[in-house]
Design a protein around this ligand. Structure first.
Ligand SMILES: NC(=O)c1ccc[n+]([C@@H]2O[C@H](COP(=O)([O-])OP(=O)(O)OC[C@H]3O[C@@H](n4cnc5c(N)ncnc54)[C@H](O)[C@@H]3O)[C@@H](O)[C@H]2O)c1
Ligand SMILES: O=C(O)C[C@H](O)C(=O)O
Ligand SMILES: [Mg+2]
Length: 627
């Protein structure tokens, strides 16, 4: 059952100082310049003289040995001067310049890269992850300098089993896989979508402490339907329309088989697949091996944790979640995933005959039982006549009634709002008076002035607005407009990071980042350390419950639904432990490394959290030993 209790205070947070962390020796199979050119082992000027002698490096580096701390400071100085030098330039130019300097470090020296990332996660996550990663994907073919991860294309059919052995690392624990067909809210970006698995795995290293030598970003290039890319002479992917049907599935099947032939216990995260393949592949593989779809399942847990927070923010017991009126705009992989998990939560609270007050809209408006060719996954949330006639609502309500976007004039460059075809019926918000308005539509600015004003009439004392679409320009609204138009008492969350809003009178409107980054690293880590055969709904519920109960009442009252990203390692350790314990309880765990399932079974909750923390990799220069 859902509980509200602050977990044990973090002792982990920022306690490991540069000088105190010790690392085990690392076996290296190369010598000399080959080591300097390998970012896994390279320490740049940080190699001590004894190591330079041992590894054939003497003379290949300037004579002075620079400490890790000095290298760290030097990088941060360059980063800060880049920030200063790019002041006043367009956001996209500044963001890409920051991404480039970090990417160069990533390509050269991973230990230093991950240290600066972990220690500055709040500043750097928006560069290596959402939203800048979206811009990087859009420009990937032009930005490309060195490959990262593996590329399996439709032309590799029949070859994947041998290709997988081209990957240089002997052990892989975490794989993030995309086919590039729905990159954030940016659509089909083909092979350029590889930026997403790279960014997600950077978060795995930073948040979950997965060893970077054991992660593998993967692009399945089955073509693209993006005409602009097909015509771009620099485009690096296959120049062909996307494979469909059985042809498509046979490529995914072959990849999955190849991966498991080499690394049978690797956890595979499916990311940014268009909805039809997201659902189909989840259904096809989830009982067969340890995988999950982050957009469907990770997002659901993060949203549910936030929604439960909004119930607490209203001063109501959690069981009141069953009475919340929630309007979800966007019926794709994310929106449907959220509603499915929310329905499961209501059912646990009120029993199997649960009758939640959910309203679901897609690009054709409100989804009702009258919808022709209704997506079977949307059916459980489609409204019946009798449920909406009293409200004066009907099938498809909203399509032609999108309001003006005049309120965005001052932000017109900010939004890619499409105002004339489909959208949210203001009347619906007025008639339903929802407690929560949650956007996962990918349509920037769709929560326009009238919609936000209508939220003032919400039946909730703390109306909640979740503009969860990414990247920034695709957010359904921005927090400044939300607090201004819907009122100061709202609770606000966005998928991409925004600054808090100064409401005047010394008050701050808190901006939460409702992003699946709060869960996927813990889900993957918990699954890995338990050695789970697969990832069950119960394990995912445990993850969501852990995140929901992490926040104190005081934070919730201040509208703070999620931890600070500075605490991401701490929350990930707790989520990982919750997932691990759920796997053990459900008899899905097989153990990991030399820790067997019996040992896991005997661990208390606190011991499990400590076990998870102890298994997190932390970037320090360990001695390299040549073999
Ligand atoms: N914050 C997070 O953690 C998180 C997680 C997953 C997805 N997302 C974001 O959510 C968005 C959607 O992702 P998805 O995987 O569900 O995409 P999707 O393509 O599967 O679904 C998009 C849905 O939005 C609907 N839609 C489009 N235009 C609309 C309009 N004008 N009015 C109402 N509905 C409209 C579509 O009909 C579809 O049902 C993306 O921007 C993605 O980046 C955010
Ligand atoms: O990548 C993100 O920031 C969240 C989510 O997975 C998305 O697809 O938008
Ligand atoms: Mg995603």
């Amino acid at each position: 059952m859902w509980r509200v209790a602050r977990s044990a205070a973090s002792t982990f947070r920022r306690t490991r100082r540069l000088s105190t962390a010790i690392s085990a020796p690392c076996i290296v199979h190369k010598r000399g310049a080959d080591i300097l050119h390998d970012p896994w082992f390279n320490k740049d000027t940080g190699f001590p003289m004894t190591e330079r002698d041992r590894l054939g490096l003497r003379g290949l580096l300037p004579p002075r040995v620079i400490s890790f701390e000095q290298q760290y400071d030097r990088f941060m100085e360059s980063f800060r001067s880049l920030e200063k030098n790019t002041e006043g330039q367009p956001d996209s130019v500044v963001s890409l310049a920051k991404w480039r300097i970090l990417n160069r470090l990533h390509d050269r020296n991973e230990t230093l890269y991950y240290r600066v990332l972990i220690d500055n996660i709040k500043d750097f996550a928006p560069i290596i992850y959402t939203p800048t990663v979206g811009l990087v994907c859009q420009n990937y073919s032009g930005l490309f300098r060195r490959p990262r991860g593996m590329y399996f294309s439709a032309k590799d059919k029949g070859e994947m089993m041998s290709m997988i052995f081209n990957w240089p690392s002997t052990q892989v624990d975490m794989i993030v896989l995309t086919d590039g067909s729905r990159i954030l809210g940016l659509g089909d970006l083909g092979v350029q979508g590889i930026g997403i698995p790279i960014g997600k795995l950077d978060m795995y290293v930073a948040a979950a402490g997965i060893n970077p030598q054991r992660v593998l970003p993967v692009m399945l290039d089955v073509g693209t339907n993006n005409q602009k890319l097909l015509e771009d002479r620099l485009y690096l992917g296959l120049r062909q329309p996307r494979l469909e049907g059985e042809e498509y599935l046979s490529i995914v099947d072959e990849f999955v088989e190849a991966v498991h032939a080499r690394w049978p216990k690797a956890v595979v995260q499916f990311e940014d697949f268009q909805a039809k393949w997201a659902f189909e592949t989840l259904d096809r593989y989830r009982k067969k091996f340890c995988m999950f779809n982050d957009d469907i399942q990770g997002t659901a847990g993060v949203a549910l944790a936030g929604l439960l927070g909004t119930v607490r923010a209203q001063g109501r017991p959690l069981t009141d979640f069953a009475n919340q009126k929630i309007v979800v705009v966007g019926a794709g992989s994310a929106g449907l995933g959220v509603l499915k998990m929310a329905l499961q939560a209501v059912s646990r609270m009120t029993g199997p005959s649960a009758d939640p007050h959910f309203f679901l809209l897609d690009k054709n408006g409100l989804i009702t039982k009258d919808r022709k060719d209704i997506d079977p996954a949307a059916l459980p949330f489609a409204k019946a006549h009798h449920e909406i006639e009293g409200l004066g609502l009907q099938e498809g309500a909203g399509i032609a009634e999108v309001g003006t976007n005049n309120c965005y004039l001052h932000l017109s460059a900010f939004y890619a709002f499409q105002d004339n075809k489909a959208g949210l019926n203001v009347c619906q918000v007025k008639k339903v008076k929802p407690h929560v308005l949650l956007g996962l539509s990918g349509v920037g600015g769709i929560f326009h002035e009238e919609v936000l004003r209508a939220m003032k009439e919400s039946d909730s004392v703390r109306p909640a607005i979740f503009a969860m679409s990414n990247p920034t320009n695709n957010a359904e609204c921005c927090p400044v407009d939300a607090f201004k138009l819907a009122g100061e008492d709202i609770v606000f969350a966005s998928g991409s990071p925004f600054a808090n809003v100064d409401l005047g009178n010394g008050k701050i409107g808190h901006v939460n980042q409702a992003n699946n980054m709060y869960l996927f690293p813990g889900i993957g880590l918990g699954a890995l350390l338990s050695g789970a055969r697969n990832i069950s709904d119960t394990m995912l519920e445990a993850a969501a419950e852990c995140l929901a109960s992490y926040m104190s009442d005081d934070e919730i009252n201040r509208g703070i639904l999620y931890p600070s990203i500075d605490d991401i390692r701490d929350i990930t350790a707790e989520v990982g432990a919750a997932v691990l314990r759920a796997a053990v309880a459900e008899d899905l765990a097989e153990g990991h490394g030399d820790v067997g399932v019996r040992e896991l079974q005997h661990m208390s909750k606190e011991e499990t959290i400590e076990h998870v923390r102890q298994n997190m990799w932390y970037p320090v220069y360990g001695p390299l030993v040549h073999e």
